[in-house]
Write a protein of this length. Structure first.
Length: 186
């Protein structure tokens, strides 16, 4: 009976994980905020991720001027892989924000780039899709690494998150590195 209970718990865990992935995929492709424009800032001397200069368009400038958030982080980051294993969630501020502090329960709008921590292979990017990602933070709708790391950060900041597999999508995806530009929090 104990083996059956463990097997049932394992199956339930796998199904919950699959549900979380399905919800995240749905959020990535369904929930979008077209009214928000990216925000800009200059990289700091301590920044280890070198941004690639964008080619601004007139419509992007108009959208940026209309945005209620901070100035535009308009350059997509060049995210480099790490070394070793990620044993704990690590947050590194690449560009300091000057906006309000993000609180759990708020709806955030971000641009992000996700790579495999060791190989550097790009897994996902809101930059590639051409629009920011919007979701509620700190309430279990996103991976635990985001729910733990983003509340407490300031709007207008660019942060690097090194997320262990246990706080991301599990051992199948491994350890991950995100660079996240926090555009707004409401």
């Amino acid at each position: 009976m104990s083996d059956n209970k463990r097997r049932s718990q394992a199956i339930a865990g796998v199904l919950c994980g699959a549900l979380v992935v399905a919800v995240l995929v749905g959020v990535f492709f369904v929930v979008r905020d077209d009214d928000e424009a990216p925000v800009a800032s200059q990289p700091t001397a301590a920044q280890t991720v070198a941004p690639v200069p964008p080619a601004p368009s007139p419509s992007a400038a108009a959208a940026s001027a209309a945005a209620s958030g901070p100035a535009a982080l308009t350059s997509e980051p060049d995210v480099q892989p790490g070394t070793g294993a990620v044993t704990a969630l690590a947050v590194k501020e690449l560009v300091p924000g000057t906006g309000e502090t993000v609180k759990a329960g708020q709806t955030i709008t971000v641009n992000y780039k996700l790579i495999n921590y060791l190989t550097g292979e790009q897994i996902d990017s809101s930059w590639k899709r051409g629009e920011p990602f919007t979701a509620q933070i700190g309430v279990g709708k996103l991976i635990p690494g985001w729910d733990q790391a983003i509340p407490g950060q300031k709007v207008g900041s660019r942060i690097q998150l090194d997320v262990p597999a246990a706080l991301a999508y599990g051992p199948e995806q491994g350890d991950l590195r995100f660079v996240v530009d926090i555009l707004s929090a409401q």
